[in-house]
Design a binder for this molecule. Structure first.
Ligand SMILES: [Zn+2]
Length: 341
């Protein structure tokens, strides 16, 4: 975070003029105004999957991921610049000498327990995990990743049965090679299909779940959620089935919002008042249902500046995983200085 002193030092003035400017700033109240603006800075970071050391980004996976090394690095750096606090306190807490930040995770991946939790404990940083409750303890990936596996199989053996089935399922793309670009386009198109139609396409592409391997659980289970909650992590809803909420009817929306809330409240024996909208998608109608269901805090994936608590149901967040694809030393300051631009 750039300090007032740094900002002034980049102004190309002689030293004497510089000293005069500082004096003038203090006298005129400009410095106080600058400090007041700085005091309103609040930042929410988001992560999804955390990758073990050595595992590269998967070109056939649209779910963001960051390596555990990146995760540790960004939080270690951030701790020097920001005061980390629980998300539920972010909008209301008074800002001290440092601006405020909160850490969140979406979906409820098992690696949040295996890889992120030890780092959070070591650094003493609180976090909130938004859980897709229908996936608790599940061995079944989201359909986007299941489709990604089909693309992997087709890319490895384009002339094989998997490749033929995938091409048949991708109506309109007959003969197109299974590239990461086609994968991303397909995910974005199929996301908007009615669930039954999408399921039929997935069946044709051989993407419906089969008998899982013993150790293939990919989402947090009940014991892990309880252990992390006992250690001070907070939990919120990410709905039951991870739909795009604005596409649902009011009663479907209510089911997603209330069942996921009830599930976590039963599991943790505490009120659940935070939600992250799947894909960050919301509308005025969604916000009405979210408010009626008893949520107080809602997270989007928008990147606009967070207000002073008035917009508690549409808080902006920065997805750190997108920065994780770059070179660590060049992107760290960018993430943390975004709110200052
Ligand atoms: Zn999600």
């Amino acid at each position: 975070m750039r300090s007032v002193r740094d900002s002034i030092s980049v102004i190309p003035l002689a030293r004497k003029a510089h000293a005069g400017l500082v004096k003038w700033s203090v006298r005129s109240g400009a410095l106080r105004l600058w400090n007041a603006l700085a005091r309103r800075r609040r930042l929410i970071l988001t992560f999804h999957q955390i990758r073990p050391p050595g595992r590269l980004l998967d070109p056939f996976d649209t779910c963001p991921s960051a390596s555990v090394d990146f995760f540790r690095e960004i939080l270690t750096y951030g701790r020097e610049q920001f005061a980390f606090l629980p998300l539920q306190d972010l909008c209301t807490a008074r800002v001290g000498s440092k601006p405020l930040a909160a850490v969140t995770f979406d979906d409820g991946w098992r690696d949040n327990y295996d890889l992120a939790f030890p780092v959070l404990r070591e650094l003493g940083i609180p976090a909130t995990i938004f859980v897709t409750t229908g996936k608790i303890g599940s061995t079944e990936l989201f359909w986007q990743q299941a489709l990604g596996r089909a693309f992997h199989r087709a890319a490895a053996h384009p002339a094989g049965e998997s490749g033929r089935r995938l091409r048949r399922a991708l109506s309109g793309d007959e003969g197109a090679p299974p590239t990461p670009e086609l994968y991303r386009q397909t995910v974005s198109r199929w996301k908007r299909l009615p669930p039954d139609q999408r399921k039929e396409r997935l069946r044709r592409a051989d993407c419906l779940p089969s008998a899982p391997a013993e150790d293939s659980r990919c989402f947090l289970n009940v014991e892990e959620i309880r252990e992390m909650a006992a250690a001070g992590l907070a939990f919120g809803s990410h709905t039951v089935t991870h739909p795009l909420l604005p596409q649902l009817t009011a009663s479907e929306m209510d089911r997603e919002l209330r069942e996921s809330k009830d599930c976590l409240e039963d599991l943790l024996r505490r009120p659940i008042e935070m939600i992250a909208y799947p894909d960050g998608a919301f509308s005025e109608a969604v916000l009405d249902r979210v408010r009626a269901a008893g949520y107080r805090i809602g997270c989007t994936t928008q990147r606009r500046r967070i207000g002073n608590g008035k917009d508690g149901l549409c808080l902006s967040r920065i997805d750190c995983s997108w920065y994780a694809a770059g070179v660590p030393d060049s992107f760290l300051p960018d993430v943390f200085e975004w709110q200052t631009r």
